[in-house]
Design a protein around this ligand. Structure first.
Ligand SMILES: [Zn+2]
Length: 179
């Protein structure tokens, strides 16, 4: 019998708060939430973000952390996506101290773009097809425009340009100018 092992990784959505104060901060962590709180505390010593200012104002040791939800994830990107969704739910709350969504790293952004294309392939293709049919005349006229080949000094229709560049006439002219 074969077994497949799946590593189930658990991340947490958390909330940072002070008893008796309505303000709070939300985020996600793949680590231990107490470690997470410790890093928020040490960050608050050097940062001037809303949450750091608030933590210093309250006294960092009065600040507590609580897990709001646990969720499983496969990649760190999943965590960022979930964290951003969670932050977005709170951003309009005047007591929320988050200033923005978490920024995606270049790698995460690249992955997100790829995923968007895969998830929306049909939609994107349909949009491109619609654009082509809505602009058929314009595209046709554009393709029919004559442009000058700067090697042969002759005018060639745009749609014919790539074929022209491989024509004997063009290649000979190209050779003679390089001689
Ligand atoms: Zn040419």
């Amino acid at each position: 019998m074969k077994y497949t092992y799946i590593m189930v990784q658990v991340a947490k959505l958390y909330k940072i708060f002070v008893e008796g104060d309505n303000r709070y901060y939300v985020g996600a962590t793949i680590g231990n939430i107490n470690t997470c709180l410790r890093s928020h505390r040490s960050e608050s010593k050097r940062k001037t973000s809303k949450v750091s200012n608030w933590m210093r104002e309250m006294g960092v040791y009065r600040v507590k952390i609580v897990t709001i939800e646990e969720f499983t994830y496969e990649s760190k990107r999943d965590v960022t996506v979930k964290e951003n969704e969670y932050i977005m739910q709170h951003l309009n709350n005047p007591n929320c101290l988050n200033m923005n969504r978490r920024h995606l790293t270049t790698e995460e952004r690249r992955e997100a773009k790829k995923k968007y294309y895969v998830d929306n392939r049909e939609k994107i293709l349909a949009r491109e097809k619609k654009y082509r049919s809505d602009n058929r005349e314009r595209i046709k006229n554009y393709q029919k425009e004559r442009i000058m080949c700067n090697v042969c000094n002759c005018f060639v229709k745009r749609y014919y340009l790539s074929r022209h560049r491989e024509s004997k006439k063009h290649l000979l002219a190209h050779e003679s100018t390089n001689r």
